[in-house]
Ligand binder design. Structure first.
Ligand code: NAD
Ligand code: DAU
Length: 369
């Protein structure tokens, strides 16, 4: 009889922030596509919502744990217990306006939390046999905002564009990107980083431009456009972002970064006009007026970046990724989703989901869906 051989059988991926907007879309799509079971760690801040994952209730392939990415003992225990083959790191404070009002949580979660997660992944990796180590990936989900603002005719951001973050949010994400880079370069952690443009789609919290406009228009509220509304963003339907992350996880090279974008540069005012016009068609106002009548120009965001645009040719060329939705098809689907899901909107607006989380869990602790 030969010596006993231990074979590590990876059976899971570990997702952080999987109850948020992009994370929940990712988990739903991943499992729908027949991916391995998911361990989902989320602190359930105001932005985390288990209603996004209601379709997975009772599904043994989804293990939900309420907890903080900054909790090192919890991370070590979860990794040792569940032995994931990859970490997909979405958890973050994500709203620029909130970061301007107070940056503390952004520093704690986006920088310190990411540091703790990288350290936990490093410790876990060291515990694996060499064959298993080679297969492991840490996918760090980041943003195009780390590159700063573009002049009107400047070429779109490539992966080689210098980092020039301008908001507390983007500075905290840039710091996390640098940590992820260093943990690869110095410690050999197999990190793949993605930098994506503005997402929109189902389950986006109505503090961000598109859902804020949809929900506000239907409620008869003013639609606040910052400054002249001529700032440009490059919009991508969330499910296309999720498919890009799946490609990067499958075939992305450790140490590489991949820009992700839809090639849909639009001014904010054009976005708001489109939302109003589609609502005029799909859910007209009772008085026959256009929702455009509700648009108001308000004081600009401090330090407001004028333009973002993504050059996504690297991920297209090297990983064969392409978005499936155009802006026209994606925005129509998004508005249809918000119209079809008033209970979800009502829940996040009333804070009922936070009350439920408080009743169900009390202080952050562990739970399984
Ligand atoms: P979101 O705010 O909707 O969700 C963030 C999730 O992280 C929430 O579920 C929240 O509860 C959780 N979370 C926050 N702090 C945590 C902590 N300390 N521990 C565990 N969980 C915590 O954000 P989103 O829009 O889904 O963005 C997800 C990721 O994608 C972020 O890293 C963001 O920077 C990045 N990103 C977002 C966009 C976009 O347009 N929304 C574009 C590019 C990149
Ligand atoms: O570019 C990717 C980033 O996109 C992500 O990293 C961020 O997590 C995400 O929040 C988003 O950041 P933005 O600041 O671009 O998104 P937001 O939806 O907050 O705003 C989009 C644009 O609309 C921006 O130019 C500000 C403007 N705006 C926003 C709000 C909320 C308004 O004019 N009025 C508003 O009420």
């Amino acid at each position: 009889m030969g010596a006993a051989r231990f074979v590590i059988v990876f059976s899971m991926i570990f997702v952080t922030g999987g109850a948020g907007f992009i994370g929940s879309n990712f988990v739903l799509d991943w499992l729908a596509a027949g991916g391995e079971p998911v361990l989902n760690l989320d602190r359930l801040t105001y932005a985390g919502n288990l209603a996004n994952l209601a379709a997975l209730q009772g599904d043994a392939r989804h293990v939900f744990v309420r907890g903080d990415i900054g909790d090192a003992p919890l991370l070590a225990r979860l990794l040792a217990e569940h032995r994931p083959r990859a970490i997909v790191h979405f958890a973050a404070e994500s709203h620029v306006d909130r970061s301007i009002r107070g940056a503390g949580e952004f520093v704690e979660t986006n920088i310190v939390g990411t540091f703790r997660l990288l350290e936990a992944a490093r410790g876990y990796l060291a515990s694996l046999p060499e064959s298993a180590r080679a297969a492991f990936r840490f996918l760090h989900v980041s943003t195009d905002e780390v590159y700063g603002s573009l002049a009107p005719l400047a070429p779109a951001f490539t992966e080689r564009h210098p980092y020039e973050p301008n908001s507390p949010y983007s500075a905290s994400k840039a710091a996390s990107d640098h940590l992820a880079r260093a943990w690869h370069h110095t410690h050999g952690l197999p990190v793949v980083t993605t930098n994506c443009s503005n997402n929109y789609g189902p389950y986006q919290f109505p503090e961000k431009l598109i859902p804020l406009m949809i929900v506000g228009a239907l409620a008869g509220q003013p639609l606040p456009v910052y400054g002249d509304g001529q700032q440009v963003r490059d919009w991508l339907y969330v499910k296309d972002h999720c498919s890009a992350i799946r490609r990067a996880l499958e075939s992305g090279q450790p140490g590489q970064t991949y820009n992700i974008g839809g090639g849909n540069e639009k001014t904010n005012l054009a976005i708001v006009h489109t939302v109003c016009d589609l609502l005029d068609e799909l859910s007209p106002r009772a008085d026959g007026q256009s929702y455009r009548a509700q648009i108001t120009h308000v004081t600009d965001r401090p330090g407001h970046d004028r333009r973002y645009a993504i050059d996504a040719r690297k991920i297209e060329r090297e990983l064969g990724w392409r978005p499936l939705e155009t802006f026209d098809t994606g925005i129509r689907k998004t508005i249809a989703w918000y119209l079809a899901n008033p209970a979800w909107v009502q829940g996040v607006q009333s804070g009922a989901y936070r009350d439920w989380v408080q009743k169900q869990y009390g202080a952050p602790t562990e739970a399984r869906a």
